[in-house]
Design a protein around this ligand. Structure first.
Ligand code: 5GP
Length: 184
């Protein structure tokens, strides 16, 4: 069923049971790849909180979790070029295997900014798990993106942690903006 947030209409796009299935597979891959390691999962707030929580339940190896927050987007439907670390990395990752957990990689500017900060702290390895990836919007090539939930077109999506004007993060399913409503 369609739903409205503020001035925009959204339609169902990816149902939670599809997300669950995908996360189970991602968990299997992570459990194998990091079998002999104790990785640190770095959740990128706010959008990735729900993905992180559900993904962690599929990870059965020893691991640590931590959180960072980068402000890259100011309540509208477009990514902003201005990035600030609102919550920096608070634990030592030197020599550790790191997995960055992102909700969505759009242009990749946020991820590039984050990876630069992370590499400065000399981790042993860095990989990225992102729930959503918009390949046509990507402005950089990342070798670190090893775990992708769903590749999607350049549509604006909400739900499952993702918001529009602060709303919609609590919905279990993912919705996409109907038609060409994206502001220019
Ligand atoms: P990037 O820096 O990769 O262009 O954008 C990353 C950030 O922009 C995401 O973490 C998210 O906050 C926001 N963003 C990009 N695309 C979408 C989208 O389709 N829906 C929502 N809700 N946020 C998005």
């Amino acid at each position: 069923m369609k739903m409205t947030i503020d001035d925009k209409t959204f339609e169902p796009f990816i149902e939670f049971n599809m997300i669950e299935k995908r996360l189970r597979l991602m968990g299997i891959q992570l459990n194998l790849d990091y079998e002999d390691k104790v990785p640190i999962f770095i959740c990128v707030l706010n959008g990735a909180f729900m993905f992180m929580a559900d993904l962690m339940k599929e990870v059965h190896i020893g691991c640590e979790t931590t959180f960072v927050k980068v402000a890259s987007y100011h309540g509208d439907t477009k990514s902003s070029g201005n990035l600030i670390e609102q919550l920096p990395l608070l634990i030592d990752i030197k020599g550790r295997d790191v997995i960055v957990v992102e909700d969505i990689v759009d242009t990749g500017r946020t991820l590039k900014f984050l990876l630069e900060k992370i590499y400065q702290k000399e981790p042993a390895s860095v990989k990225v798990a992102t729930l959503l990836l918009k390949p046509d919007a990507l402005e950089y090539q990342f070798d670190e993106i090893s775990f992708v939930g769903f590749e999607i077109a350049n549509d604006f999506v909400v739900g499952y942690g993702l918001d529009y004007k602060g709303l919609g993060r609590n919905m279990a399913d993912i919705y996409r903006l109907v038609g060409q409503q994206l502001p220019g």
